[in-house]
Ligand binder design. Sequence first.
Ligand code: AMP
Length: 290
Amino acid sequence: MELIRTVQAMQAKADARRQAGRCLALVPTMGALHEGHLALVDEARRQADHVTVSIFVNPTQFGPGEDFDTYPRLLERDLERLRERGGVDAVFAPSVEEMYPAGDNLTWVEVGRLGDHLCGAQRPDHFRGVTTIVARLFNACKPHLAVFGLKDGQQFLILRRMVRDLCFDVEMVGVPTVREADGLALSSRNAYLSPTHRKQAVVLSEAVEVARRRIAEGEQRGTLLVEAMREKLAQAPAARVQYAEVVETETLQPVEHLAPGQEVMAAVAVFFGEARLIDNARALVPAPPT
Ligand code: AMP
C-alpha cells in the first residue's frame, strides 16, 4: 500500500495504471476510518482492480463554528486499519496547501437548488465545498468509479448530479449504510456522544424506518410521514431536531403528496449536545392496492 501526498504524483500513478489497462476505484474519506468506510473499500475492491482511498479533512465543507479544528485526524491509525483490511493499493493524503494551492479558492462547483433543503439549508456552502473537493479528487486520482456511502444521502445525490451535468467519466457507486447493532449509523461523530446520548441516538434510525414502513404500507401524505418521524424523535429527551423531511430523490424538494413510482428519501438531522447526527432511508412509493 503506497502513501501518496501530491496531486502530481497521484496523477502520474493513475495514468500509468490506466495505460496498463487497470480499472481504478476511488473511495473519498475524511479519515477517522470505521467499518462504514471499510465497507466502501470492500465494494471498491469487488468492482475494480486498483483501489485508492483518499484521506483529506476538507476545510471548505465546514462552516464557521463547526468542528473542522477538532475533527479527528488519525492518519497512522487509518493506514494501519487499511493495511489490516487489505485490498487497498494506494492512500492519497494531501495537505490543505496541496489541494488549495491558491489559498483562497476561486473556482467552485455548485449544484443549484439541490442544496436548498435538508443539510444544505442548515449548512450554507457545505455542498459546494463537497462538490469542489470531489471534482479535484476525481482529477487528481482519475478513477473509473467512485464509491460513496448512502448514509450521506443528499451528498450522494448531489455528486451524482454533478457527474451527470459536467460529464465526468466516473461511475458513481452507492453503498448501504453500515449500522451498530441497535441501528445507529456508524459515524466519526458518534465519538462525541455521551453514554446517555449514545443510547438515545437510536431514534434517528427508528424515525427514518417508521417513515419507510409507512410508505410501504401506502401512506402518501408527506405531512403525516414527517409527523410520525418527529413523534419518534421526541422519544429522546436530549434530541434537538434540526430537520425531519421527506424529499424526492431527483430534485431533493420536499413532497406533500407522494406519487406511485416516485423515489423518495426520508431524512433527519438531530443534535445530541454538540454532536450533529444524520440518517435517511430511501423508498419507492408503491401503487395503491386495487
Ligand atoms: P466521511 O469520512 O465522513 O466524509 O465519509 C466518507 C465516506 O464514507 C462517505 O461516502 C460516507 O457516506 C461514507 N460513510 C460514512 N459513514 C458510513 C456508514 N455508516 N455506512 C456507509 N458509508 C458511510
